[in-house]
Design a protein around this ligand. Structure first.
Ligand code: HEM
Length: 234
C-alpha cells in the first residue's frame, strides 16, 4: 500500500536530452558583432543627434564621437553583409529557410506557434533553430538594418572627401534629401531599440519556459533537445 502511494507520488521521468549543435561560429560571431556595434552606434548616434558629451570646452569630442560611429558602422555593415551571404552559403540551420517559411512543415509550425501564443495550443512546435514566427520577424529586422546602412551611407556622402564615398549620394533622392535620410536613420534606430528590448525579453522567457539552453546556445552553439524528437523537427 505504502509502496503504491510512493510510486504514485514519484515525478514523471524527465525526457532524455542530447546536445544539438544549432548555431555555427559565423552565426554566433555575426550576432555578437551586430549586437555590440549596435550598442556603440546607438550611444554615439544619440550624441550626434543631440550632443550630451560635447560642450564648447571639450574640443574635438564631437569629432571623436563621429569617428567611433563610422568605425562601428563598418563593423555593423560587414557583419550584416556576412550574415546575409551566409544565409545562402552556410549550413541548413543558418539558411534563409529559417527566416522565410517556404516549406509546408515550416508553415504548419508557424501556425502552431501563433496558436501557442494565443493560448490555443499547450506547447510550442518543436523547432531546434528559430521558431518560424521569430524567423519571420527577423526578416523585418534585416529590412531595418538595410535602412540603417543605406541612410547611413547616404548621410556620409554629404561630408565625404573620397570619390567612392561621395558616390553614395545617389541614394539621397530616395530619402527626399539629407534631412529625410537623417530623419529615417533616427526613427529606425528607435524601432531597432524596441526590437532589441523585446528580443532579450523573449529570449529570457523562452529559455525559462522551454529549459533547453536557448540563452546559452548563442554563446556555445548548443541547445539541449529531447532524444526522441521527430525526425521532421530538424
Ligand atoms: C544600428 C545602427 C545605427 C544606429 C543605431 C545609428 C544611429 C544614428 C543616429 C541616432 C544618428 C543621428 C541622426 C540625427 O542627427 O538625428 C546617426 C547619424 C549618422 N550615422 Fe548612424 N546609426 C547606425 C548605423 C549607421 C551606419 C551603418 C552608417 C554608415 C555609414 C551610419 C552613418 C551615420 C552618419 C554619416 C551620420 C551623420 C553624422 C553627422 O551628421 O555628423 N550610421 N546615426
Amino acid at each position: 500500500m505504502a509502496g503504491a502511494r510512493s510510486a504514485a507520488a514519484a515525478p514523471a521521468p524527465a525526457p532524455a536530452l542530447e546536445p544539438v549543435y544549432v548555431w555555427d561560429l559565423v552565426v554566433r560571431l555575426s550576432h555578437w558583432l551586430i549586437a555590440l556595434s549596435m550598442i556603440v552606434l546607438t550611444f554615439t548616434g544619440i550624441d550626434i543627434a543631440s550632443p550630451f558629451l560635447t560642450s564648447a570646452k571639450t574640443g574635438f569630442t564631437h569629432g571623436y564621437v563621429r569617428i567611433i560611429h563610422m568605425y562601428a558602422a563598418i563593423v555593423f555593415s560587414l557583419a550584416v553583409g556576412v550574415r546575409l551571404v551566409w544565409m545562402f552559403t552556410g549550413p541548413r540551420r543558418s539558411g534563409w529557410r529559417q527566416f522565410v517559411p517556404a516549406s509546408k512543415s515550416r508553415l504548419v509550425a508557424l501556425r502552431d506557434q501563433i496558436l501557442f501564443y494565443m493560448l490555443l495550443r499547450p506547447h510550442p512546435p518543436s523547432c531546434p533553430g528559430h521558431n518560424p514566427l521569430a524567423g519571420l520577424s527577423y526578416v523585418a529586422v534585416f529590412g531595418l538594418y538595410a535602412i540603417m546602412i543605406l541612410t547611413g551611407f547616404a548621410l556620409y556622402s554629404v561630408s565625404a572627401y573620397t570619390s567612392y564615398m561621395k558616390a553614395w549620394d545617389v541614394l539621397l533622392p530616395l530619402f527626399g534629401g539629407a534631412q529625410g535620410a537623417r530623419w529615417l536613420h533616427h526613427v529606425t534606430m528607435w524601432l531597432l531599440l524596441v526590437f532589441a528590448v523585446s528580443h532579450i525579453a523573449f529570449a529570457l522567457l523562452t529559455s525559462r519556459s522551454e529549459k533547453n539552453g536557448t540563452l546559452d546556445s548563442i554563446f556555445s552553439g548548443y541547445k539541449f533537445l529531447p532524444r526522441d524528437r521527430k525526425a521532421g523537427d530538424d
